[in-house]
Design a protein. Structure first.
Length: 278
């Protein structure tokens, strides 16, 4: 019903690996705006570059993601790992060659979106990286010269001492790496939609009373129903958390009557809240 949900929840969680290769982090400054300040204050040598520099998105570089080489520092590695995990703000990459790894990271910024166009891809966000890794058949194109990628796992919905999902290219992949934009699989977008909800529920787990795995399909379906009927603001969705935790919304005529009305989202939200209070 929800593409990729069970497959993702079954993935093994691991500790962050290095494999003796270089370790690099991509950290999204929109989610961690103080990342550079924290890195410069840590007292350890590191290399940092704006990921969007030297690309067609260069005008967004200073506010966009940063590429950090930790150069073997344990303290710096721990800091970057925390920055990635705290707000689902990035991924860790293992590779032998710094320059080849960075070049590939920049190539992945543009993806064929399936509608005949090309889009800027925030693949360094954990939900999108997982969706790509789970669905792209040409894994060689996805990983390029990278020997592995670690993405933050769920924190609150799945308790574990290990906080990472580890992704590796197929060992028998011998095909040449293409140089053009990566093409999405038919099910990538649907899988990403599911995982984006899952990470958001994990982040807002208290509002949703830390739902168990069995409750997630209905909860995600209800959130889909709300957004499909114009309620997309996270503040509104959180106000409707109690309603979303209940039975399927499309099985409740009174709820659907409100959702299908030609009214603004905030009015629908207020009416739905009133319905729950009545």
């Amino acid at each position: 019903m929800h593409e990729g949900l069970n497959e993702f929840l079954a993935l093994a969680r691991q500790n962050l690996r290095t494999d003796g290769n270089g370790l690099y982090f991509i950290i999204d400054q929109t989610r961690q705006p103080e990342a550079l300040t924290q890195l410069y204050n840590c007292g350890h040598a590191f290399e940092v570059e704006y990921l969007l520099y030297a690309t067609e998105f260069e005008h967004l570089a200073e506010s966009g993601p940063i590429w950090v080489s930790v150069q073997g520092s344990h303290e710096l590695t721990q800091l970057c790992a925390r920055l990635c995990q705290e707000r689902q703000a990035g991924i860790a990459i293992r590779a032998q060659s710094h320059q080849l790894a960075l070049t590939h990271a920049r190539r992945l910024l543009k993806i064929n979106d399936g509608s005949g166009g090309q889009s800027l891809a925030t693949y360094y966000q954990p939900a999108l990286w997982a969706a790509l890794a789970m669905t792209i058949q040409g894994q060689r194109d996805l990983f390029g010269p990278w020997s592995g990628v670690a993405s933050p796992a769920l924190v609150n919905l799945q308790k574990s001492q290990s906080g990472w999902l580890d992704w590796q290219p197929p060992v028998d992949s011998a095909s040449a790496i293409t140089t053009g934009p990566l093409a999405l699989a038919n099910n990538t977008e649907k899988t990403y939609r599911t995982l984006r909800w899952l990470y958001w529920i994990d982040q807002e787990h208290q509002a949703f009373h830390s739902p168990g795995q069995a409750a997630l399909p209905t909860l995600i379906g209800n959130l889909d129903a709300l957004t499909e009927h114009g309620i997309t603001d996270e503040r509104h969705l959180l106000r409707l958390a109690q309603l979303s935790r209940g039975p399927a919304l499309d099985s409740q005529p009174a709820v659907m009557a409100i959702l299908q009305a030609s009214t603004k989202a905030f009015i629908k939200t207020e009416r739905l809240q009133g319905l729950g209070a009545s």
